[in-house]
Design a protein around this ligand. Structure first.
Ligand code: ADP
Length: 517
């Protein structure tokens, strides 16, 4: 059967070889083993179910979350000569019945459905009237409550599948799954551990960059000028910001589109089409834009504000360079932007435990902005894996000299200890800089030996040092909205004088244009 798969790869898609991981997944599926495929964006997940779908004699149902994309996916398959269709709420009941009838006659090899549809009678009817060989669940992280895009309709999928009179082969696919999420997917769908195929998360062609301390509008306009004519996405965290940036770019004569949840669907789709067909180069959008968008030539993804967590960041940034060519993934980082994400978490309907988790994830995202580790490595470690240094992220390319900051580190860490490890970074900073804040008096912190120990440094400098020490794991914040700082074991070795700490620091000349004081 694998020979058949090879032949299809060549004859239908015109490709000579399978990509890393594809063959393994396809082989498992053809052997009837339920599997989970974890591959980076652009890794080639679609072929993992499309090729088996063509080998199997029955129908393959593909569960996909975005209705607007189904048509594109089906059109692309039709162009390849593959019989496919979709069932979703955009169809009239006559169309729906017509397609269902054809599907139950076995006229299609692939039927795309939205997760909501999956619980309806139509699916049961289909299951009974035609042989369904496989169910492919795209964006499978939506099943897990620990994922960054949990959808109840996805969770119900699992029950629906249990209730089927027979069980087709299941293939779950995702590009963003922490170990917690991927274990959850295995468990919820009853997939065996050894049928998890994980090709790793490294995206060699992406140059990750964190830009700090620059005037963001200026940076953006300069970047777009240098990269004129290139296709890219700018993500902002609110609709208002999208509108503002859109206007800014428009007045600077950049062909730009916009996309956010507050716009009429028609208008949104119109911009999306224009972007997909290269009529506008740059798209300014909230995170409502982009899931599953298969635009291969996106050369840059810029986050104007910090997203809610690393998973969301990696998924959004990963939309750059699907064609494998070098592309930029840039985060314009300002710690103040945490506040808007805090607000989103507070406003959400999550329970307290879940909120706590989201705060922790957000903090790990913020640490991405403060770490001096290879950025690709930071992300891959977040997903529970290891990789070498990428050599082309902004940290790998940072040529500033690393300065010994052991003494300052000891000051910070001992201050945290002396405050009983029961305060957050802002209070620690205030004690170290000798602030006259009311709370300092209240707690009698003026009496601490570390009070004012760093008074020659600005509040901002000390805050940045604390952020750096947290990102490098000398300090560990507790979970929740108001994290308290604790000194880690690694930090203790510094206090004992057994470990030196170095840090690449901004030269004086670079400290001028700062927009986030
Ligand atoms: P994903 O869903 O994992 O983000 P896709 O399935 O959309 O990725 O594939 C990304 C791109 O790679 C598509 O343009 C696809 O045609 C191409 N591709 C997939 N598999 C192969 C292969 N074996 N050889 C060459 N190109 C491939």
């Amino acid at each position: 059967m694998l020979a058949k798969a090879h032949q299809l790869l060549h004859d239908i898609y015109g490709f000579n070889a399978f990509r890393f991981g594809q063959k393994e997944v396809i082989e498992k599926i053809l052997n009837g083993q339920d599997s989970l495929a974890i591959m980076p964006t652009g890794g080639g997940k679609s072929l993992c179910y499309q090729i088996p779908a063509l080998v199997f004699d029955g129908v393959t149902i593909v569960v996909s979350p975005l209705i607007s994309l189904m048509k594109d996916q089906v059109d692309a398959l039709t162009e390849l000569g593959i019989a496919a269709t979709f069932l979703n709420s955009t169809l009239s009941s006559a169309e729906m019945n017509d397609r269902l009838k054809k599907a139950s006659n076995g006229d299609y090899k692939l039927v795309y459905v939205a997760p909501e549809r999956f619980q309806t009678e139509e699916i049961f009817y289909l299951m009974q009237s035609v042989k369904v060989s496989m169910i492919a669940i795209d964006e499978a992280h939506c099943i897990s409550q620990w994922g960054h895009d949990f959808r109840p309709s996805y969770l119900s999928l699992c029950d629906t599948i249990q209730n089927f009179t027979y069980r087709p082969t299941i293939l779950a696919l995702t590009a963003t799954a922490t170990p917690l999420v991927s274990n959850d997917i295995l468990q919820l769908l009853g997939i065996e551990e050894n049928n998890r195929v994980n090709t790793g998360f490294v995206r060699d062609n992406l140059a990750f960059q964190v830009v700090k301390g620059q005037e963001r509008n200026r940076y953006l306009l300069d970047y777009l000028k240098i990269n004129e004519g290139q296709s890219g996405i700018i993500y902002a965290s609110t609709r208002k910001e999208v509108e503002r940036i859109y206007l800014l770019l428009k007045t600077n004569k950049i062909t730009v589109g916009k996309y956010h949840g507050g716009m009429k669907e028609e208008e949104r789709n119109d911009w999306q089409e224009k972007f997909l067909y290269d009529e506008v180069n740059v798209m300014v959008a909230t995170n409502a834009f982009g899931m599953g968008i298969d635009k291969s030539n996106v050369r840059f993804v810029i986050h104007y504000q910090i997203p809610k967590n690393i998973e969301a960041y990696y998924q959004e940034a990963g939309r750059a360079g699907r064609d494998g060519l070098p592309s930029d993934a840039i985060l314009l980082f300002s710690p103040q932007d945490m506040q808007i994400q805090h607000y989103f978490i507070e406003q959400s309907e999550m329970n307290e435990e879940h909120k706590k988790l989201e705060y922790t994830k957000l903090r790990e995202m913020a640490q991405y902005g403060s770490t001096q580790m290879c950025l690709q490595r930071y992300i891959v470690r977040y997903f529970g894996e290891e990789c070498g240094e990428c050599g082309h992220c902004s940290n790998c390319l940072d040529e500033r000299e690393a300065i010994d900051v052991t003494l300052d580190t000891q000051k910070v860490l001992s201050c945290v200890k002396r405050m009983g490890e029961t305060f957050g970074k802002s209070m620690v900073m205030k004690v170290l800089t000798g602030s006259k804040d009311q709370k300092i008096k209240q707690w009698k912190f003026e009496e601490l030996s570390t009070y004012g120990l760093m008074k020659t440094s600005s509040q901002k400098e000390v805050t940045q040092l604390i952020d750096y020490l947290t990102a490098e794991k000398y300090l560990m914040p507790t979970d929740g909205q108001y994290p308290l700082l604790k000194v880690t074991e690694k930090g203790v070795t510094v206090l004992k004088g057994e470990l030196k700490v170095t840090r690449k620091q901004a030269q004086q000349a670079h400290k001028v244009a700062i927009d986030d004081v």
